[in-house]
Write a protein that binds this ligand. Structure first.
Ligand code: NAD
Length: 351
């Protein structure tokens, strides 16, 4: 018998096409009247439409969201509307992160409108960078109150970004399946999210404007993000955090390269979980090779070398990624991570 504890997510989710049109009513639903609207620099037309829809509820706006939520950017954004009573973020994980940083500082709720598959919008975790050092914290008040998923906003997400962002989402689901905190509900969400992301991405690469494929991928991203918000992650996420934070590698691309190797690392210690991954990818075994082949099929990056990582960095990255213990199916050793990184650097297909 399997014992478990489960706490359901309180996030309100609105999903569909054209849901950006419901932004004003969602602000009103929270009983708020002064919106700070934050975004990155992509999709200015979308931000303009959101601003127009908010009308007299718009108190201020800021479009300078940056990767890893630098605290100086947050301070500048705060100047845009320090009397805001709700924060609305539109964009990928960077915009969502800025929205979280602002909402938690102002003590107000957040409405997130995600435009990538990162999943941050349904987690209570915030990573921020100060003086070049990224620290992460979790607290219930960081979790956005409402998420508006508008499939139309993802249609312009470039194919290459769709692929890496989608595999980034799959990584949340894979590590949820072998997390010590997992439960039957998380297992079901994780498997279904990998299925939907795989099906969606396979069609997006041939037709990026396929709205049904986009809907599958975004639904999968929501489910994967829910897994990320519900249970602790293992080696894969810690390693990608190190590679992004200390070696400047791109967030989603790094997840895409490392995931097959992290699955290979843990396969012998979590056979049931990796069997579910293989099945969700349409294979009856060899989850690590199946994930590698999937990344190749959809044209994603397969080697850390192509992302700018160098052989001379392997030893230091392995040391940093194993400096502190954390739960993982197979014990995390410096030697094991060195081997993993060496394979990922070269882009070797896991056997
Ligand atoms: P991102 O938000 O930086 O977006 C990547 C690029 O795509 C940016 O240039 C952005 O402007 C552009 N873009 C976004 N949506 C677009 C669209 N629909 N069309 C065209 N261009 C678009 O990257 P990301 O991978 O979404 O997020 C990465 C960040 O999120 C990292 O800082 C990561 O640490 C954080 N993150 C946090 C959590 C969490 O739970 N706290 C979870 C996942 C990611």
């Amino acid at each position: 018998m399997r014992s478990f504890e489960h706490t359901g997510s309180p996030v309100r989710v609105v999903f569909g096409a054209g849901t950006l049109g419901a932004l004003r009513s969602e602000v009103e639903r929270l009983g708020r009247r002064r919106v700070l609207l934050v975004s990155g620099s992509s999709q200015p037309d979308v931000v303009e439409r959101a601003a127009a829809g908010l009308g007299d509820l718009l108190a201020g706006r800021f479009s300078g969201a940056a990767m890893h939520t630098p605290v100086e950017v947050t301070a500048r954004a705060l100047e845009s509307a320090s009397d805001a009573d709700v924060v609305v973020s539109i964009g990928g994980g960077s915009a969502t992160g800025l929205g979280k940083a602002l909402a938690v500082r102002l003590g107000v709720p957040q409405i997130a409108v995600p435009t990538t598959y990162a999943g941050s919008e349904v987690t209570s975790t915030l990573g921020e960078t100060a003086d070049g050092v990224k620290t992460t914290r979790s607290a219930p008040e960081i979790l956005p109150a409402t998420v508006l998923y508008d499939v139309d906003l993802t249609v312009d997400l470039p194919v290459a970004t769709s692929v890496t962002s989608g595999v980034n989402a799959m990584a949340h689901a894979v590590e949820a399946l072998y997390s010590p905190d997992a439960d039957p509900a998380v297992d079901a969400l994780a498997e279904q999210s990998i299925r939907l992301l795989a099906a969606g991405l396979r069609r997006i690469v041939t037709d990026p404007a396929d709205v049904d494929a986009r809907a599958d991928a975004l639904t999968g991203a929501w489910l994967a993000g829910t897994c990320l918000g519900a249970v602790g992650m293992g080696l894969h996420h810690k390693l990608c955090h190190t590679l992004g934070g200390s070696f400047g590698l791109p967030h989603a691309g790094t997840h895409t390269v490392v995931l097959p190797h992290a699955i290979a690392y843990n396969a012998s210690a979590a056979p049931d979980a990796v069997a579910r991954v293989a099945a969700a990818l349409g294979r009856d075994r060899d989850a690590a090779a199946a994930m590698y082949d999937f990344v190749v099929e959809v044209g994603g990056p397969t080697s850390l070398a192509e992302l700018g990582f160098r052989a001379g960095d392997v030893a230091e990255a392995a040391r940093l990624a194993t400096a502190r213990p954390y739960p993982n199916p197979r014990p995390v050793t410096e030697e094991g991570v060195t081997e993993l990184l060496t394979d990922a650097l070269a882009g070797a297909r896991p056997a």
